[in-house]
Design a protein around this ligand. Structure first.
Ligand code: SF4
Length: 236
């Protein structure tokens, strides 16, 4: 039976998103993240306190208003922040979506794998897994966990045959090299659950958010990649 009393902390909602998962999607950005990625463009989601409280059913009802735009491929995506910090809430939301026939997608760093997040994954149709770097040293330096954490998560997704889109933000001077891209492609190839690989350009529009929060933007001095560079790496 559904527990409709759970509430989640939601940072913001994008009614019709085209960038976070297949098709057109209702995207829920949740509040709170345990990591501190140097390239993060949502530092305003970091704090676990705050956000707006929603029940899963309230969000489902909002999402249903946009259902006609979802088409065959679209649905709902929960992003963040880090959705794995609120596993009961997101699982309940996804469970309600499934009852309503809506496709569910989880955008995550893969930083927590326990009984509750496994239970959430059982209601997840696709995972957008952000693999920030392909080596442990950069993970520890620029993310705040070891690379074994997302790799264990990916291994579990593979075991469960949950379709995965692997994503990486391309950051000039740090991971915009062929060696990294080949390692990323090898990772995708080694896991049959991965059917898509996306290279996303590092962007600095978020500088204003850092300034407003009075938090230093660690990668604020790094250049943004050009679209030609991304295309070149895609073909590496
Ligand atoms: S996991 Fe995502 S939300 Fe959290 S710090 Fe990294 S980029 Fe930002």
């Amino acid at each position: 039976m559904s527990n409709t009393q759970i509430t989640g902390k939601v940072h913001s909602i994008q009614s019709l998103g085209a960038l976070d998962g297949p098709g057109v999607r209702f995207v829920v950005f949740v509040q709170g993240c345990p990591l501190r990625c140097g390239c993060c463009h949502n530092p305003d989601t970091w704090e676990r306190d705050g956000g707006t409280a929603y029940t899963p059913r309230e969000l489902l009802e909002k999402a249903l208003r946009y259902r006609e735009y979802f088409g065959k491929e679209g649905g709902i995506t929960v992003s963040g922040g880090e959705p794995l910090l609120q596993p009961d809430f997101v699982r309940e939301l996804f469970s309600l979506c499934h009852e309503a026939g809506i496709h569910t997608c989880l955008d995550t760093s893969g930083c927590i794998l326990n009984e509750k997040t496994r239970s959430l994954l059982a209601e997840t149709d696709r995972v957008l897994l952000d693999i920030k770097y392909t080596n442990d040293a950069q993970y520890r330096e620029y993310v705040g966990c070891g690379i074994d954490t997302p790799l264990s998560f990916l291994a579990y997704l593979n075991e469960q045959h949950i379709p995965v889109t692997l994503r990486q933000v391309i950051i000039p001077t740090l991971n915009n090299n062929v060696e990294n891209i080949l390692a990323l492609k090898a990772l995708a190839k080694a896991h049959s659950c991965v059917d898509k690989l996306e290279l996303l350009p590092f962007r600095k529009l978020c500088q204003v958010k850092y300034d407003k929060l009075n938090i230093p933007f660690r990668f604020g001095d790094l250049p943004e990649p050009t679209s030609e560079e991304i295309a070149w790496l895609e073909n590496a």
